[in-house]
Design a protein around this ligand. Structure first.
Ligand SMILES: Cc1ncc(COP(=O)(O)O)c(C=O)c1O
Length: 414
């Protein structure tokens, strides 16, 4: 195939010819949302995203989808950078700079102070920095749930192999009957050698929300450092980092905050940041006056990604974080209710509205997994999980995507 034809074919496949064709129109008026919410959200999907009509994307929990204003911001910055059309002294990169304005805007969205916030490449980067950066001796113990993502627990596994720390996993039962059950399990597991309590604010795999504040307050009262994996929290549920009560927090804006892939955040309570050792370093690594920006001294990186991330924050603010949450939670609630009525599924998501956001998960004892997988592939349903499914919806999810999922489950019964 000639190059031009190949490009045209690719453009057809992805439904958008180029970034200039991806320019987004203005958001629909908020009045439309009150009058006719389904039309409002259908227009958001069609006009603000480049998702093709044929795609039922239900895996926001692994990586979200960047809307057009984000793609545009990334492309514009790359272009501007390549033309060296920047204000004097400003480089089209990050890795040496403190990016104060960007961090200010992000901090306002996340509910924290700019100086306590560093940009990273992803949650794995932030979690590894934290696990490697806390002073721990042989025999010191880290307690965590048995539900942690490999990116969360592997940093502590390295410390175990390298420095002889102890790691203990606490089993969580699904569905937990109330938030107190998760809190009790974790808090009661704290022992005399426990130095760190590490857990996901929304448990990976199921999306169950842990009572973060309650757990962190109890741990602090016992002199234990708390580390929260918030990969699924920011952008999915209403929250402020500085109200969580933890010592360190890792986030993943490319999941629920419309950021392009390659964006992470590390937050630390001021005095705890001072105690943390950075992992990847260049000059300024020990300049504590830089506060959290010390953790961003890691050499040349692609700043266009962060321009996209901030465009994602603006996009979310323009729609309204409350409206976004109301929509995605109501879609998830619908998924949960439908799943709860099907005898061939076993729900992992509790019947307690405050314990989930937009992730619903269930096991599939009465489903032919192979048939289901093949049908999903054929019908372009993008999901994660073989035995246990995790369904995520975002503002681009159409009710018809969810109908298609349930129709496919029904057709895959054993
Ligand atoms: C709970 C949790 N923590 C950490 C990660 C890793 O995130 P990232 O890919 O941004 O490093 C994930 C990714 O799915 C996750 O679900």
């Amino acid at each position: 195939m000639m190059r031009r034809e190949a490009l045209r074919a690719a453009a057809g496949l992805f439904g958008v010819a180029s970034i200039s064709a991806a320019a987004a129109p203005a958001l629909p008026e908020a009045k439309l949302l009150e009058r006719d919410p389904e039309t409002y959200w259908a227009r958001i999907r069609k006009e603000q995203f480049v998702l093709p009509e044929w795609r039922a994307f239900l895996n926001n929990g692994s990586l979200g989808v960047a809307p057009k204003p984000v793609l545009q911001a990334v492309a514009d910055f790359l272009y501007k950078g390549a033309s060296m059309n920047m204000p004097d002294g400003e480089y089209p990169r990050w890795g040496y700079e403190t990016l104060d304005q960007h961090r200010e805007e992000m901090a306002a969205y996340l509910g924290c102070r700019k100086d306590d916030l560093a940009f990273m490449h992803n949650a794995t980067d932030a979690l590894s920095t934290i696990a490697n950066g806390i002073d721990l001796n042989a025999g010191d113990e880290v307690v965590m749930t048995d539900q942690e993502h490999p990116s969360g627990k592997s940093g502590w596994a390295v410390r175990k192999a390298r420095h002889g720390i102890a790691v203990r996993e606490v089993p969580i039962q699904f569905p937990p009957k109330d938030p107190g059950e998760i809190a009790d399990r974790l808090i009661s597991a704290i022992g005399p050698r426990t130095r760190v309590l590490f857990f996901s604010g929304m448990l990976s795999g199921t999306g169950v929300i842990a009572p973060v504040r309650q757990i962190c307050d109890a741990a602090r009262a016992k002199g234990v450092i708390t580390v929260v994996d918030g990969a699924h929290m920011n952008g999915q549920i209403p929250m402020r980092i500085d109200a969580l009560g933890c010592d360190y927090y890792a986030g993943s804006p490319h999941k629920w905050m419309f950021a392009p892939a390659g964006c992470g955040i590390l937050w630390g309570r001021e005095e705890m940041l001072d105690r943390l050792w950075p992992a990847i370093v260049t000059g300024q690594w020990d300049n504590k006056e830089r506060k959290a920006a010390r953790f961003m001294s890691m050499g040349t990186n692609n700043r266009a990604i962060f321009e996209g991330m901030i465009a994602g924050v603006r996009f979310a603010n323009a729609i309204g974080p409350d409206r976004i949450f109301a929509r995605i939670h109501s879609l998830a609630k619908g998924v949960r209710e439908r799943a709860s009525k099907l005898p061939y599924l076993k729900l992992m998501t509790p019947d307690n509205d405050s314990m989930y956001g937009s992730l619903v998960s269930f096991e599939m004892p009465g489903i032919d997994g192979e048939k289901f997988g093949a049908l999903c592939k054929q019908r372009k349903i993008w999901l994660i999980g073989a035995k246990r499914l995790r369904v995520s919806s975002h503002i681009h999810t159409r009710p018809s995507d969810i109908d298609l999922l349930f129709q496919t489950l029904e057709e895959s019964r054993t």
